[in-house]
Design a protein around this ligand. Structure first.
Ligand code: DGL
Length: 262
């Protein structure tokens, strides 16, 4: 029971940023990661379609005997996690833009959120903003096109730089001092963002918080692995295996990447 894997899914490779935090905090856990790159970006799809795709990913991971599922995608969390929790018994951990810590710490009382259209238009995002950012101006910016470029492995191209700059500069003009990355693909843009942001603007994402929450729920439910050996990590993508492998090279761990037509 306890030694079953943790399941993680995303619309593509973005959730590997969350997997990285999880495996660092819980090194003995086995993980199965599902990258639904064939259907990325989720952010431009209807809520109904995002729910449908999240069900498909969840059922695959349950079929692989996962003990807990991490929805490593803000768009899928904000649109589908309540449906998943109502319909499946496995515990789910979701990810949402980290508005709360940004709002608490902002001195300019102006916080930027870069996220997909699907996340920004969700009711969960709006209720979080309302509950945790009273008195704060939230500057919302859709990251149109960013997920597609990251899925193509285009992290440093001049097109990426120009597109990102087009989103960041207007937020800076509005006086943000925190930039919340509301999409799990975006932490891969941090090196580029650091070139654009003045030193007083801090970047914040939810990766570590999700890893901590995963640990807390495993402990609470008595599901922490009893193994004391490094975990085994299986990655499945229905997109380009090579791109996913490149994102994982730095991890240098016991992992396999396979194509799976799911
Ligand atoms: N990684 C997903 C997220 O966190 C990307 C969404 C998409 O595929 O548009 O929102």
């Amino acid at each position: 029971m306890k030694n079953r894997p943790i399941g993680i899914f995303d619309s593509g490779i973005g959730g590997t940023s969350i997997w990285g935090e999880i495996q660092e905090l819980l090194p003995f856990e086995n993980c199965i990661y599902l990258a639904d790159s064939k259907n990325a970006p989720y952010g431009e799809k209807s809520k109904e379609r995002i729910v449908e795709l999240s069900i498909k990913n969840t059922e695959y991971l349950i079929g692989q005997d996962c003990k807990l599922i991490v929805v490593a995608c803000n768009t899928a969390t904000t649109n589908a996690i309540s449906h998943l929790r109502q319909n499946y018994q496995v515990p789910f951990i979701g990810i949402e833009p980290a508005i709360k810590p940004a709002a608490i710490n902002s001195t300019s009382k102006t916080v930027g959120v870069l996220a997909t259209q699907g996340t920004l238009s969700s009711s969960l995002f709006h209720s979080t903003a309302k509950n945790h950012a009273a008195g704060i101006t939230i500057v919302e910016q859709k990251g149109t096109g960013l997920v597609e470029m990251i899925e193509n492995g285009e992290l440093n191209s001049s097109k990426m730089y120009r597109t990102l700059e087009g989103y960041i500069l207007p937020m800076l003009e509005k006086g943000i001092d925190y930039l919340v990355l509301g999409c799990t693909h975006y932490p891969y843009l941090i090196p580029l963002l650091k070139k654009m942001l003045p030193p007083n603007v801090k970047i914040i994402d939810s990766g570590q918080a999700v890893a901590k929450q995963t640990k807390a729920i495993l402990e609470q439910k008595g599901l922490v692995t009893t193994s004391t050996e490094m975990g085994i990590h299986q990655f499945y993508t229905n997109g380009d295996e090579k791109v996913l492998k490149n994102f994982l090279l730095a991890a240098n761990l016991n992992l396999t990447v396979s194509f799976l037509d799911f």
